[in-house]
Design a protein around this ligand. Structure first.
Ligand code: AHR
Length: 509
């Protein structure tokens, strides 16, 4: 048994939690859209072909914002192909994923799906094969009330009211060698600037995200962020961060080091953005959109990514998540919370089937992958302000990160309800952890109102169509609140959530 301490003070606040950190990502990729979100003829589909079982799981997941339509797919996409009468929509080659795209699902269907799922849309404009003018057309189609060719087209297509999409990504991973229309930082930064200026003329209150590096390992990482922001600093609000965790050597300890690495990555990008601000003598702060993050390595290469011919709706990158992936996802969620002063949006990549938190079978059921659970619990309980977690924990060396604490934690406090939520990962894989939490500046009569643990003896345990609940949260039995704090025994290799509330605020949910 190891001992750890977590000290939280009501007045030591990192920042307001932007609930858009509980976002997700939907790309035209494999079976994410087709037989994922949309499957006309499925027994549970509504009149528009939207799968109600997937909508229900999306609501249960607690996703707040969903990015669309890609991803690599975006960089070859013509948005005009995906609007209007379905029978007239062209079938195209999807050059990013070597598939055939029917275009039966497009912008208007996505907006309808967002309304049904109660999520905010975050859309993206193609800056790979296209440019500022095509992007301008899409914004006009989506956001202009009417009386112009494109806005009236939307109205004829059935959406009288504008879609009112506020969040837009300026391209996708434009630094990446695999990206259609890859650009240098100077080329992209200038294009992002011109596009942003044009888009704001149509719709002034947009929130615009420029592409950061597509991963931290590329040789251009850092220099890319700096140069892009030199070009478009005044015209964008956010810069993207993409992070995918891998476990190539089946080493759970090293794998969990990705959590610390993600934290470092976010802080590095924020520092580079601030360096650009400093050079310009600007007080503006560029915020971050971690708009692709997940675990992705088991189904990443070869036939997982490209299949022969031009298949329709192929099974691409259908990563089956195991228990250790859920631990990593839980730790990553704490990193996102603990960077609440810079991260405004984050998108779990992706939502369904293709590296998805949700899995479906065509004509069959939908179920929760292991990573679904920490996300859903965090999205449900994290509210208000993120408190600075002061952690006292033994550490151990890791290659990805030299000093890894066994305790990874984050906490939120909601002044409106008086609730405090604590998220704690015990990274020690063989020892339980005696966690002592001290709550300073809060009513000492805190009562425990919810406590769950995510634990399994087998790191490789996964949820499947035949055994969808192999890995699932269970009520926590080894926790006690009192004396202005909490004591809990965290199982080795477990992710835990505790929610406390003082009796005086118990009537104020
Ligand atoms: O999410 C899968 C792919 O990962 C996306 O299409 C791309 O943006 C990233 O490289």
């Amino acid at each position: 048994m190891i001992r750890t301490r977590l000290t939280l003070d009501r007045d030591f606040v990192i920042g307001e939690l932007d609930r858009r950190i509980f976002g997700a990502f939907v790309e035209h990729l494999g079976r994410c859209v087709y037989t994922g979100l949309y499957e006309p003829g499925h027994p549970d589909a509504d009149a528009q072909g939207l799968r109600r079982d997937v909508l229900a799981l999306t609501r249960e997941l607690g996703a707040t914002i969903v990015r669309y339509p890609g991803g690599n797919f975006l960089s070859g996409y013509r948005w005009e192909d995906g609007v209007g009468p379905r029978a007239q929509r062209p079938v195209r080659l999807d050059l990013a994923w070597h598939s055939t795209e029917s275009n039966q699902f497009g912008t208007d269907e996505f907006i309808a799906w967002c309304r049904a799922a109660s999520v905010e849309p975050m859309m993206a404009v193609n800056l790979g094969t296209r440019g500022a003018d095509d992007a301008r057309g899409l914004i006009e189609y989506c956001n202009h009330p009417g009386g112009t060719a494109l806005s009236d087209q939307r109205r004829r297509h059935g959406s009288e009211a504008p879609h009112g999409v506020r969040s837009w990504c300026l391209g996708n991973e434009m630094d990446a060698p695999w990206q259609i229309g890859q650009k240098t930082a100077a080329e992209y930064g200038r294009l992002a600037r011109d596009t942003a200026q044009l888009l704001r003329r149509v719709s002034p209150h947009l929130q615009l995200t420029a592409c950061g590096s597509s991963n931290r390992d590329l040789p251009t990482f850092g220099a890319w962020e700096y140069e892009v922001l030199e070009q478009c600093f005044d015209d964008v609000d956010l810069l993207s961060v993409h992070a995918y965790f891998e476990n190539p050597h089946a080493d759970t300890w090293e794998f969990l080091g990705n959590i610390d690495r993600m934290d470092m990555h976010i802080r590095e990008v924020a520092a580079i953005a601030d360096a650009v601000a400093a050079r310009r003598h600007s007080r503006k702060r560029i915020m971050l959109a971690v708009d692709e993050w997940n675990i992705w390595y088991k189904a990443r290469h070869g036939a997982h990514a490209h299949q022969p011919g031009w298949p329709r709706t192929p099974r691409l990158i259908e990563e089956v998540y195991n228990f250790e992936d859920a631990l990593a996802a839980g730790g990553a969620l704490s990193v996102l919370m603990n960077n609440a002063d810079r991260v405004r949006v984050a998108c779990l990549a992706q939502l369904v089937n293709a590296i998805g938190a949700i899995r479906t079978e065509p004509g069959g059921p939908a179920w929760r992958q292991t990573i679904f659970h920490p996300f859903a619990l965090a999205a449900r309980h994290a509210r208000g302000q993120v408190l600075r977690p002061v952690i006292d924990s033994p550490t151990r060396y890791g290659v990805l990160h030299p000093e890894m604490a066994y305790l990874v934690a984050s906490a939120t406090h909601d002044p409106a309800s008086g609730r405090t939520a604590i998220f704690a990962l015990n990274r020690h894989l063989s020892e339980a952890q005696e966690l002592q939490v001290e709550l300073r500046g809060m009513d000492p009569r805190q009562q425990l109102i919810d406590a769950h643990e995510l634990f399994h003896l087998d790191m490789n345990a996964a949820n499947t169509v035949h055994a969808p609940d192999t890995v699932a949260p269970r009520p926590h039995r080894e926790v006690r609140a009192g004396d202005g704090g909490l004591r809990a025994r965290l199982k080795p290799g477990s992710w835990n959530v505790f929610v406390l509330q003082a009796p005086s605020s118990a009537m104020n949910p």
